[in-house]
Design a protein around this ligand. Sequence first.
Ligand code: UFG
Length: 337
Amino acid sequence: MRILITGGTGFIGCHTTVELQNAGFDVVIADNLSNSNAKVLDRIEKITGKRPDFVKADLSNARECALVFDTYTDIQGVINFAAYKAVGESVEKPVEYYKNNLGIFLNLIENMTHRGINYFVQSSSCTVYGEPDSLPIKETSPVKKATSPYGHTKQIVEEMLSFITKSTPVKAIALRYFNPIGAHESALIGELPNGVPNNLMPFITQTAMGIRKELKVFGNDYPTPDGTCIRDYIHVVDLAKAHVVALQRLINKEYKEDLEFFNIGTGRGFSVLEIIDSFEKSTGKKLNWTFAPRREGDIIQIWADTSFAEKELGWKAQEDISSMTLSAWKWQEALAE
Ligand code: UFG
């Protein structure tokens, strides 16, 4: 069965391509390469022995999007990773974020409904919950007012899907990711941010590599045990596997609602200092870091209740925190070779 993976050369997309191919699916990737590199296709081929088909396309452009479906008439499902994803940038450029993230989604759905393609997996985010009232957070927890245009696009797509899946044959699963880190065990694929990383893990590995002088830990006076923010970090390979089971649930018609939401995390929270500690212990590298003021917009703490995903998807994260930090480091080392 042929699956279209949009944004498939990006961090989560390429790991998902590998897992889908391993599960026997044929993949076509559509990506505009705005934040990724076509070389990742060689890497995927090295890992799986199979080169995914690839179309360079700006899916926010209706004609380019339709051309992908015209070229690959055997597409039966879509996994949508194509989106701008920088929280801070989205505050600076809200119009671009709405136009791109919502435009891509609408173009995809329009082509799907016209062509009878009914399986859709959407890349969503725990950011839809905002600052949680209680922890661990469940899928039934309220979706709070978005604090950035980026988060708002994730909420809007979820809402649009809830109407679309009611009145069309398209059925969908939105996976609400927590904080994906780590890399494939081969160290052939991993996270490759453009410029100075915003996210914690690539900043840590680049600092340990000497590319950055020191890591700034944003805030040490939060009401948490060690004063730093807590997140639910999940290994990107575990996350990739969640997409395979979500897709299979749609194909096998095992879904209980037209649109379902699942938390994709480990169910455990780690503070920034615990991540640094895990990095240092798993790699044997000493990290240069210092405390800095709080970063605006950061929520204090969040981690997932994963029992619904376990029960319904039969999926549970397997990798522990040291495997996440070590694999991220091995990828960073491989980049330097
Ligand atoms: N952090 C630092 N120093 C850094 C970078 C991050 O201390 O240089 C801290 C942050 O303050 C936060 C934690 O590390 O406490 C994680 O920060 P990330 O930027 O890696 O991740 P976020 O939790 O802020 O954001 C992630 C995704 C978003 C998503 C959000 C949902 O990157 O796309 O989770 O909560 F919207």
